[in-house]
Ligand binder design. Structure first.
Ligand code: NAD
Ligand code: LMR
Length: 342
């Protein structure tokens, strides 16, 4: 049976945080935007991984201090800092996984799409460098709007002749983490057991939790489905409003991205039982990119789990049809941007 990777495997990861770590593998991870609100706690969580031998921290400013600080943790990985465009290429050489949380976050009243004008160019430049220096790496995009930045990354990689659709990921793990938390709270379930697939994209109504596919199997009233779906879709905004101008989710995002990175490293290391949701190049619907559950392996996406689409409820089916126009427009906006640039 398929199993969400949050259950026993990430328990191992959380348990390992309490133990002295010894290296179990030697993967290299680069974080682009490592000095940011997400970048710093994400770097810390990845520094705790026994699967990582080198952690490359890149940002346009102040990354030296973050690296010096983290390098004192007695965990196996070596931490190396890279500052500014002149050092970007070197930060990527020999890297197995690149995580990109570089870019500006939302303030109250903004949509993720309002970040497009600044973040599209940042992602484009960074992915060009990835294409030139580590085209074989898993590329994991956190920078918003994910629904557009992932298509931008794909176009950049295509232009450079190195696009591998199985290795480009929009990180939507935070939607799953939130869905799991809110469902466990509402239904009084043990958190460690709960796994809710979240499909579509990563903005507003394009975030579609498939509550009917929750594991363990649990029944919801129509009102619970409505409340949970709306809360999961607006959870990012909940944090933006609570932070009142000081940015968006950083700590829960770092937690979620660390889970996705750790899953990727386990898959690279030969674990044959790794499943995560991600926004990827996909044939599942008529849209060119779509988030769904996937099986991860050494070569990236090994299989798309299409069985989640069987037997959708009427509510989910309606949600799926409703999200398509917005998601399509966001994908096209990214593709158009990437192809207009020199
Ligand atoms: P932040 O402003 O705290 O940090 C961003 C970092 O990016 C800064 O350190 C900045 O110096 C760096 N940066 C800017 N331009 C850069 C460039 N050209 N090269 C390298 N680094 C550069 O923002 P944050 O809170 O960490 O959020 C970062 C991004 O992540 C935002 O776009 C936000 O919307 C997005 N986000 C996505 C999710 C998700 O689920 N995918 C969740 C939360 C936030
Ligand atoms: C989130 O879901 O928390 C992120 O996409 C950040 C945001 O702008 O909401």
């Amino acid at each position: 049976a398929l199993r969400g990777s949050l259950a026993p495997k990430s328990l191992k990861w959380s348990q390992s945080l309490n133990h002295q770590l010894s290296p179990q593998a030697s993967y290299k991870v680069a974080i682009l935007g490592a000095n940011g609100g997400i970048g710093q706690p994400l770097s810390l969580l990845i520094k705790m991984s026994p699967l990582v031998s080198a952690l490359h921290l890149y940002d346009i400013a102040n990354v030296k201090g973050v690296a010096a600080d983290l390098s004192h943790c007695n965990t196996p990985s070596q931490v190396i800092d890279f500052t500014g465009p002149a050092e970007l290429g070197n930060s990527l050489k020999g890297v197995n996984v690149v995580v990109i949380p570089a870019g500006v976050p939302r303030k109250p009243g903004m949509t993720r799409d309002d970040l497009f004008n600044i973040n599209a160019g940042i992602v484009k430049t960074l992915v060009e460098a990835v294409a030139d220096n580590c085209p074989d790496a898993f590329i994991q995009i956190i920078s918003n709007p994910v629904n557009s930045t992932v298509p931008i990354a794909a176009e950049v990689l295509k232009k450079k002749g190195v696009y591998n659709p199985k290795k480009l990921f929009g990180v939507t793990t935070l939607d799953v983490v939130r869905a799991n938390t809110f469902v466990a709270q509402k239904k009084n379930l043990k958190l460690i057991d709960v796994d809710v697939p979240v499909i579509g994209g990563h903005a507003g109504i394009t975030i579609l939790p498939l509550l009917s596919k929750t594991k363990p199997s649990v029944s919801f009233t129509d009102q619970e489905v409505e409340e949970l779906t709306v809360r999961i879709q607006n959870a990012g905004t909940e944090v933006v409003e609570a932070k009142a101008g000081a940015g968006s989710a950083t700590l829960s995002m770092a937690y979620a991205a660390a889970r996705f990175v750790e899953s990727s490293l386990r898959a690279l290391d030969g674990d044959g039982d790794v499943y995560e949701c991600s926004f990827i190049d996909s044939d599942l619907t008529e849209l060119p990119f779509f988030a769904s559950r996937v099986k991860l392996g050494k070569n990236g996406v090994e299989a798309v789990i299409s069985s989640d689409f069987q037997g959708l409820t009427e509510y989910e089916q309606k949600g799926l049809e409703a999200l398509k126009p917005e998601l399509k427009a966001s994908i096209e906006k990214g593709i158009t941007f990437a192809n207009k640039q020199p």
